[in-house]
Design a binder for this molecule. Structure first.
Ligand code: VGL
Ligand code: ZN
Length: 209
């Protein structure tokens, strides 16, 4: 059985959001089209407390985009985003969540960031997603969402490392591109790790409804 993992389609990552990903809104209708092609659908949510260590606002001496040491790990500083209980943390109203079977939240610990939906950035604590996928007998995951060079990449790398056959649907993702070439490099890194890179037209044509 195949599972679709929809990464962080939240208002703060869409145009006008606190950490807007360029063209992030353009993938939502593609994701809605993909959803009925999967036996199981998971959506992830970045879910930060307002004192989260990844927010530049919480470090007087530092600015957005700087890389600091956060409790022993390199951390990019972001604008405050996806704060628990805010509109920015909610799924885009355009995303069809009717068929979403399970929601996994990450980034709740103020001391450590969590780009992957499987583990925090230090690989210290699991979210339970891998166990969940094994429980429902998924052997294959397909990944879409935001952002290609952060949460999508680290979720995909952990998925393949956990032994799942992993596919990235590239046109159903968009990236931050803090440095030019970040998205291309992320896709190359995923490919080298054994992740299959495809496009939505292949998936939509493959599995006729
Ligand atoms: C993300 C930066 C900070 C993401 C989350 O969803 O890719 N990026 N928090
Ligand atoms: Zn975040």
């Amino acid at each position: 059985m195949k599972t679709l993992i929809i990464v962080d389609i939240q208002n703060d990552f869409l145009p006008k959001g606190a950490l807007a990903v360029n063209e992030g809104d353009q993938i939502v209708s593609i994701i809605n089209e993909l959803i009925p092609h999967y036996g199981h659908v998971i959506a992830t949510q970045d879910s930060h407390p307002d004192d989260h260590g990844s927010f530049a606002d919480n470090h007087d001496e530092h600015e957005i985009g700087e890389v600091i040491d956060l409790h022993g790990l390199e951390q990019v500083l972001w604008p405050s985003h996806c704060i628990q209980g805010t509109l920015g943390a909610q799924f885009s109203p355009s995303l069809n969540t009717d068929e979403v079977d399970h929601i996994f939240q990450k980034g709740t610990d103020p001391k450590i960031d969590s780009y992957s939906a499987f583990y925090d950035n230090g690989h210290r604590k699991a979210t339970g997603l891998a166990e969940h996928l094994r429980e429902i007998a998924t052997s294959e995951v397909h990944i879409v969402g935001l952002a290609t060079d952060y949460c999508v990449k680290f979720t995909a790398l952990d998925a393949v490392a956990e032994g799942f056959k992993t596919t990235l649907i590239a046109d159903a993702c968009r990236g931050v591109n803090l440095n030019s070439g970040d998205v291309e490099n992320a896709i190359e890194e995923m490919q080298h790790a054994g992740i299959i890179i495809t496009t939505s037209d292949v998936i939509l044509g493959e599995t006729k409804l």
